[in-house]
Design a binder for this molecule. Structure first.
Ligand code: PEP
Ligand code: MN
Length: 632
């Protein structure tokens, strides 16, 4: 049962209400309601909702219709994000867990760990206790294996995911492990579930071989009911009549789980298929279906693996899978971040002189695309601040009020955001990174507002341009420009006028608003490139792209002389654009993006040659390319 409490109710009153409910035998949870505080009560005996509504401070009592309570979306409408060290599972960045089926020895395990870390895994898997079908098969290395896993964490920074097979291993798990896995065969081992519920570490709960989704969620409920909310569900294939593959991957479970529960879900295509060649296709499909991540078996010598060799990817196959996910993820609003673990260091207070953690500023309201770009690049942990113009973003970074700023510079359909190119020229800031977002526009209106009644639509002018085909079908609508899509949606929510709508992302957190029409952009291949700007902060990770601005003298061949430098040094030009110089009519600056790290010492001669052949030259920074759609 969910109890919605009165707005502005005092702490004392909430506490006494909780006491009354506890005395009646209910388990009581406080959930931070956006507008009003909410209590969730779970127990064996409920009374009629009217009884709870008669208690002081309770406005409304809503029964939860499902047999599972704590895991249900009804109780907790926002998705849960599970924190594992520096990794957040269930947010905007995909989490890929990789490693061998079982820990078999120190060298092999460390070799595999180094490889999967390099290719983008952020957590390491490996069983030390292996529940095997045959009692004669390899049963795992036990505590020796856990010690090797600890070494993996120390050397690579990868958090450790390993299976617990009996409650007696709880102390070992506390000592060595970051995420405790409950294997498919143990999904309904209720004593084990209760035990991991009490451990309080994140739990990876695999779906049982023959379990329905409801049974699986009931098992998760056991863990939550012991007070541990950090549960990650893992679809790993179920037993069907089909014997070609080891199991049948039930990908439908992904959107179903997303609807029924707030808990994140990942997919294990290794155990689902049992066949190496089938792992990557199903891994790609799982991400396209909306999974929050994958768990993949990888082995440097699968032929020698003591378990599950035939389904283990070679490291180079894992690398390719990650590159494919890199391309697929933005389509479903997510990102693969190769510098995930390295970036984490800048989010923490830095020891030398105890500098505070980095802060990031963007322009617009929460929910705007710039906000999403920040979340995808930095994750949800970094302190974010917003302001009302791009100019202010630059100013705040320039004055060191913020460590980083995130601004859009280019859209695949409508071209450059000139204001920001001009600001890059006028300010003394560096580009430190880039992130590319797929821009999907929805027509957002008040819940229950029929589309036929719309008269006025609010949005950013770029969004109107990107939705031209759709808007041409409604020539009678008034289009009102707003500074960003987030504030346009907010304006419609506040006006509460059913004749008004806004174009922006289907910002689900905005209560009371609904998607009247989804995906109205003229071309679905609609991407916006954002750059991360910094004064003196740098970001870890490889740098394979540089941006420069220059002008050349007004004589024949001057531009060609600069282009010759790129050609002679075999440098690919990703973008070149000319922009007028404000104070000098008909004189132009060239904005150029190159596939090279110009700041590297061995490329100094190139930078020198460019300075020599240009009248004005500004190096904007080198950074890691935000998209790998092009092959290397
Ligand atoms: C494993 O992850 O190695 C494993 C044994 O998985 P499952 O429990 O899904 O069979
Ligand atoms: Mn396995």
């Amino acid at each position: 049962m969910i109890l919605v409490l009165a707005k502005g109710i005092g702490r004392e009153q909430i506490e006494s209400l909780k006491e009354i409910l506890r005395q009646e035998g209910h388990m009581v949870r406080e959930i931070g309601g956006v507008e009003e505080p909410v209590l969730a009560i779970v127990g064996k005996n409920y009374r009629e909702p009217s009884y709870y509504e008669s208690l002081p401070g309770v406005v409304k009592a809503v029964p939860i219709s499902k047999p599972y309570k704590l895991v249900s979306r009804e109780l907790h409408p926002d998705p849960s994000v599970i924190k594992i060290g520096d990794v957040s599972l269930g947010g905007d960045r995909l989490v890929v867990i990789a490693g061998p089926c079982g820990v078999e020895g120190r060298k092999t395990t460390l070799d595999i760990a180094r490889k999967v870390r390099e290719y983008g895994a952020v957590l390491f898997r490996g069983g030390a206790f292996k529940p095997r079908t045959s009692p004669y098969a390899f049963q795992g290395m036990g505590e020796e294996g856990l010690k090797i896993l600890r070494e993996v964490r120390e050397e690579t920074g990868l958090g450790i995911v390993t299976e617990m097979t009996s409650p007696g291993q709880a102390d070992l798990m506390m000592k060595y492990v970051d995420v405790v896995q409950i294997g498919a065969r143990n999904m309904q081992n209720f004593e084990l579930l209760k035990s991991v519920g009490r451990i309080g570490k994140p739990v990876l709960l695999k779906r049982g071989l023959c379990a329905t989704i409801e049974e699986w969620l009931m098992s998760a409920e056991y863990i939550l009911s012991e007070g541990n909310d950090q549960v990650i569900l893992c679809e790993r294939g179920i037993r069907t009549f089909e014997r070609y593959t080891r199991n049948t991957l039930d990908l439908t479970a992904v959107p179903v789980i997303k609807k029924l529960t707030h808990l994140p879900i990942i997919v294990d295509p290794s155990h689902a298929t049992g066949i190496r060649a089938k792992v990557s296709p199903m891994g790609r499909a799982a991400i396209a279906a909306g999974a929050d991540g994958l768990i993949i078996e990888v082995h440097t010598e699968p032929d020698k693996a003591l378990s599950d060799g035939p389904q283990s990817l070679y490291p180079h196959q894992f690398e390719q899978l990650m590159r494919d996910l890199y391309v697929i993820a933005p389509v479903v609003g997510k990102q693969v971040d190769y510098a995930y673990l390295d970036k984490a260091s800048i989010m923490k207070p830095r020891s030398a002189g105890a500098r505070p953690p980095a802060t990031v500023v963007y322009s617009g309201l929460p929910g705007a695309f710039s906000h999403k770009a920040c979340l995808q690049f930095f994750g949800g942990e970094v302190p974010l601040d917003n302001c009302s113009s791009f100019k202010e973003v630059f100013q705040r970074v320039e004055s060191r009020q913020a460590s980083f700023g995130v601004v859009p510079v280019e859209n695949s359909l409508t071209g450059s955001v000139h204001e920001n190119y001009d600001l890059l020229l006028d300010n003394d800031l560096k580009i430190a990174g880039e992130v590319i977002l797929r821009i999907k526009h929805n027509l957002m209106g008040l819940s229950d507002a029929p589309i036929e009644e719309i008269e006025r639509v609010y949005s950013h002018p770029q969004a109107f341009q990107q939705c031209r085909d759709f808007l041409e079908k409604h020539p009678d609508w008034d289009l009102v420009s707003y500074k960003d899509t987030g504030s346009a949606i907010q304006r419609v929510k506040e006006s509460a006028d059913p004749r008004e709508a806004a174009i922006g992302e289907g910002a689900e957190p905005i209560a009371g608003m609904t998607v009247l029409k989804e995906g109205i952009e003229s071309n679905p291949r609609n991407f916006t490139r954002f750059v991360v700007i910094a004064k003196d902060e740098s970001l870890p990770g490889p740098k394979n792209k540089s941006s420069i601005i220059y002008s050349v003298s007004d004589k024949p061949g001057a531009l060609f002389e600069t282009l010759r430098i790129f050609s002679e040094n075999d440098i690919n030009i990703v973008k070149i654009e000319s922009r007028p110089i404000h104070s000098r009519p008909w004189v132009y600056m060239f904005y150029v993006d190159l596939e090279i790290d110009l700041a590297e010492e061995r490329n100094k001669h190139i930078m020198d040659a460019l300075i020599e052949k240009t009248e004005f030259f500004k190096f904007l920074g080198s950074y890691n390319r935000g998209s790998q759609e092009k092959s290397e």
